[in-house]
Design a protein around this ligand. Structure first.
Ligand code: GLN
Length: 482
């Protein structure tokens, strides 16, 4: 898609301004129902597009992504634009600088149509915990788009933008991509800078692209990846390639591992049929498929739901009514301010943060408190090392690991909001890639019919640390070669 639009731009068959207008027409028609965006910025996007058109007019070369309309999840900073992370506590917060990923996309003159809805502070799996609105799944508007990057996935799937960035702490790029029938990549931990991403769980968070095709994901990924002096956890992984130029590398003889622990009898038979068909297709393309074991898999979810809330409770301590956004003192009706420091903290957080955020803070602070630290946090860190070991051993035998992205298709709005545990269980296949740091990609492998609608199902490929190239090439072959 991006390549075709680029060729049209260069050939003068359309202009970057006309693209912005065309995509805004789709937004104006659909946003009333889909509600993917928290902020739209048509005037600024048109201005960015005009700069691209001028460049084309003066005969200069442009990048593949120049002038291509996209969107940013609302926890990624775009200087001068509101950034709420879908929280009331940041209702009036304006980003003071560009995230590194944004600076890199600006450098190639990508165009940003707006900021997308999400679960508050990227905690959730359905985008229902946004403090502002419930985004709908374009495949069936009675269902959730997934989360936490649900706005980004819905905006891409409904054709409101060509590409979008999300963030993934435990599946938040891959699961919404799967639910909405698009492609999403969680890069290797340390591949993409987190500078200017609001911190959730810092040892798990990564920014990554969502788009309609594997090639489009590769194009966006290539432009955001690489070492950043502003983020000490970014790796110097050598020269960053244009991954879109390496999608046709040979996949013959590549070994795909199928973990027996991920394919229990409880797996939805319709999803099993689709994953079987996908594996058959990989075989036809020349790959080898092999059963493997990841023996510690059953501990992944409990391990994640200790480590993640611990880090979240510590990171979210900064929203205290003093440093950022909302302060109940400032917002109180005029008159003498009676609340002291402690009340300011407590009242701001009581009013500003939603129930899921409070739940994670309580879980995290409890696990970190003296007396429980060893039993929970420290234990979970040890389990995390074992999970990593499972992967290291598996990658001696196979090149990739395949599974469904989710145990079920998109669920109904409201179906799980009263039962957080049910919501957490849906993350079973995605959290391990974050705990171990490996790259993971979700791509459409078919649909299942429910109530007359075709609901998308995603397949997940995980690869060796820093082998995004291999993941993208394999998924690209799946998508394009019949
Ligand atoms: N659903 C997971 C959670 O609620 C993942 C969130 C994410 O990746 N940001 O923690």
């Amino acid at each position: 898609m991006i390549r075709e639009l680029h060729q049209k731009l260069v050939a003068g068959e359309c202009t970057a301004v006309s693209l912005v207008e065309q995509y805004f027409a789709v937004i104006e028609k659909q946003e009333g129902e889909i509600l993917a965006f928290l902020t739209l910025r048509k005037e600024q996007a048109l201005e960015e597009a005009r700069a691209v058109d001028q460049r084309i007019a003066s005969g200069e070369a442009i990048d593949l992504l120049s002038g291509i309309p996209g969107a940013l999840k609302d926890n990624i900073l775009l200087a001068g634009v509101r950034a709420t992370s879908a929280s009331k506590v940041l209702d009036s917060y304006i980003a003071p600088y560009d995230a590194t990923v944004v600076a890199r996309l600006k450098a190639v003159q990508a165009v940003f149509l707006g900021k997308t809805n999400m679960d508050e502070f990227a905690l959730g799996s359905s985008t229902e915990s946004s403090a502002y609105q419930v985004t709908k799944n374009p495949a069936d508007v009675t269902r959730v788009p997934g989360g936490t990057s649900g706005g980004s996935a819905a905006a891409v799937a409904s054709g409101e933008v060509v590409w979008a960035l999300g963030s993934d702490t435990g599946g938040s790029i891959r699961q919404p991509a799967a639910f909405c029938g698009v492609v999403g990549l969680k890069p290797t931990y340390g591949r993409v800078s987190r500078y200017g991403l609001m911190a959730g769980a810092s040892s798990l968070d990564q920014i990554g692209p969502i788009a309609r095709t594997v090639e489009d994901v590769a194009i966006v990924f290539s432009r955001i990846a690489g070492r950043d002096p502003h983020d000490a956890t970014t790796a110097d992984s050598g020269h960053e390639k244009r991954y879109e130029d390496f999608l046709d590398s040979d996949i013959k003889g590549k070994k795909i591992g199928v973990p027996k622990e991920y394919f229990s009898e409880n797996l939805d038979p319709r999803i099993r049929a689709l994953t079987d068909a996908a594996l058959e297709r990989f075989r036809t393309l020349g790959a080898e498929v092999k059963e493997i074991s990841l023996p510690h898999s059953s501990y992944a979810l409990p391990c994640y739901y200790i480590i993640q809330p611990c880090e979240v409770s510590s990171n979210l301590a900064r929203y205290d009514g003093i440093r950022y956004g909302l302060s109940v003192n400032d917002d109180a009706p005029s008159g003498p301010r009676t609340s002291g420091l402690l009340e300011t903290y407590l009242d701001t957080r009581r009013h500003g943060l939603g129930p899921e955020v409070k739940r994670r803070i309580m879980l995290g602070t409890h696990s970190l408190s003296s007396g429980y630290y060893d039993a929970y946090y420290l234990k979970a860190q040890k389990v995390r090392a074992l999970l990593k070991q499972d992967f290291e051993q598996s990658f001696n035998e196979v090149d990739f690991i395949f599974s469904p992205t989710t145990p079920e298709p998109a669920f109904k709005i409201g179906e799980k909001t009263t039962d957080p545990l049910k919501m957490y269980l849906g993350d079973i296949y995605t959290v391990t890639a974050n705990l171990t740091g490996v790259p993971a990609l979700s791509f459409p492998i078919g649909t299942v019919a429910e109530e007359g609608k075709d609901l998308p199902i995603g397949g997940q490929l995980m690869g060796r640390w820093f082998d995004e190239e291999g993941l993208l090439a394999l998924a690209h072959a799946f998508e394009t070669k019949r």
